[in-house]
Design a protein around this ligand. Structure first.
Ligand code: SAJ
Length: 425
């Protein structure tokens, strides 16, 4: 087994660190967020896919501990000096529409200071092709004085975590692996073979980096197609959900993507724009599907607000001043993450129309945009709202009871049977 350093302990890094420790590796986890480190040291998991018990088990075994990696001082992280493989799993957001690799570079600088000959560094953060063999390689070599491919191993392995999914786990999702040399690929693959069921080697980090972007660009485009089709069907008075269901009876070469209030999360709305940025800067032309999908998906929150205003107007209620309840603000069901959530844009679009918005979301604890209603009080108060909008369909909502008690519902997720007072988006 190896000594593994995981830089970045979020929804990607923490499950990876826990899994590596569970199979017997010695793991040191580093994160800039002292709240995360404090939680880990007290045995509390902040990631839905890792339970407190899992965390405590590997912490008690002595095979994992989290450290504050704000300013790495080699003398405070003796174990880190000895890592055999370091995994970088830090955010790669967009900043003013441009890729922001500052976290990757900071991690590379930190690891470069302690990098030893024979060790391996693997980037998992989603990024544009060329990052691993370009920016990351440069900073590692500058800081360490070592040469990638000769003195140390360098590779890329895209994360494929599906947050909140119990069917698709880190262990059972095939893992793409790559390195700058064949020898390096052998070492990196051997490591991942200890923690996942299937590894898929590819010829270079560029192929691996682009594979990830393609996966999420494809998803974003197909969701945008479903969204555009939903708008078309609404205006043509055709039931889009019936049509989508019928299309799936074909059985082959179809995949089920559904319309909704928009696309959230730190992947689908972001990753395609890395591809677009690279196409524009390298080839002088946009990656058109990325831009079109982004445009279509970003129109959805405003459409939700417009439909809400229309529904209230038909009942003689002006949306200005009307109490509206939004059910679910996380970016997807059964998680508490609101990053890039379309719900934020829905709430703001409703606010622009003068609606008095309250939200209810049992998973979200850090919501500051509007008042929140505890889910325990939902049944008691839902009738006080002339309109409720289902934006994120958490498993905790009793949609039959909501349909019974709510005066009017705009259902953005097709989780309720259409009726006089339940209208599909
Ligand atoms: N959404 C729709 N319609 C759909 C599917 C999703 O409107 O048919 C919306 C969701 O409501 C959500 C957003 O899109 O707001 C993203 O949802 P998601 O569950 O598809 O995305 P993530 O970010 O949780 O996970 C995605 C997944 N990738 C793909 O679907 C191709 C996951 O498998 C990836 O590992 C993850 O991105 C990642 O980390 O890249």
């Amino acid at each position: 087994m190896s000594t593994v350093a995981v830089v970045g302990l979020g929804y990607v890094g923490l499950p990876l660190a826990v899994r590596a420790a569970e199979v017997g590796h010695q793991v040191i986890g580093l994160d800039l967020d002292d709240n995360k480190i404090a939680a880990l040291q007290s045995g509390v998991s902040y990631v839905e896919d890792v339970s407190d018990d899992q965390l405590r088990l590997i912490t008690d075994s002595g095979r994992f501990h989290g450290e504050l990696g704000a300013s790495l001082q080699p003398d405070t992280h003796r174990e880190l000096l000895e890592f055999d493989i370091a995994i970088i799993a830090v955010p790669t957001p967009l900043r003013e529409g441009q890729p922001d690799l500052s976290y990757v570079l900071a991690a590379g600088r930190m690891l470069g200071q302690v990098l030893r000959p024979g060790a391996a560094v693997v980037l998992e953060s989603t990024t544009y092709p060329g990052t691993t063999e370009g920016l990351l390689r440069d900073v590692l070599e500058q800081e360490s004085g070592l040469v990638a491919g000769e003195d140390f191993i360098l590779g890329f392995s895209p994360e494929r975590i599906d947050p909140g999914s119990t069917a698709h786990t880190l262990q059972n999702t095939p893992k793409i692996v790559s390195a700058t040399t064949p020898q390096g690929l052998t070492v990196i693959r051997a490591f991942y073979d200890t923690i996942v069921d299937t590894t898929v080697p590819v010829s270079s980090p560029k192929v691996a980096e682009l594979t990830k972007l393609f996966e999420n660009t494809q998803a974003n485009v197909l969701i945008a197609l479903a969204n555009e089709m939903a708008t078309f069907c609404h205006d043509m008075d055709i039931d889009v959900w019936e049509m989508l269901g019928a299309s799936m009876t074909k059985g082959h070469s179809m995949s089920y993507w559904t319309p909704g209030p928009g696309v959230g999360g730190h992947c689908l709305p972001i990753d395609p724009m890395y591809l677009d940025w690279l196409s524009r800067t390298s080839l002088g032309r946009p990656f058109r599907f990325a831009e079109l999908a982004d445009q279509v998906n970003r129109e959805r929150p405003t459409l939700v607000a417009q439909r809400a205003a229309e529904l209230l107007d038909r009942r003689g209620i002006d949306i200005a001043g009307a109490k509206v309840l939004v059910l679910g603000v996380a970016y997807k069901p059964n998680v508490g993450d609101v990053r890039e959530s379309p719900a934020l844009d829905v709430v703001r679009a409703l606010g622009k129309l003068g609606a008095d918005v309250t939200v209810v979301d049992p998973y979200v604890l850090d919501w500051l945009e509007t008042p929140m209603l505890p889910i325990e009080e939902l049944a008691h108060h839902i009738a006080d709202f002339p309109l409720s909008i289902v934006v994120t369909h958490h498993r905790d909502f009793d949609f039959a009871k909501i349909a019974d008690l709510a005066p009017l519902v705009l259902d953005c997720r097709n989780v309720m049977t259409p009726a006089d007072k339940v209208v599909a988006l």
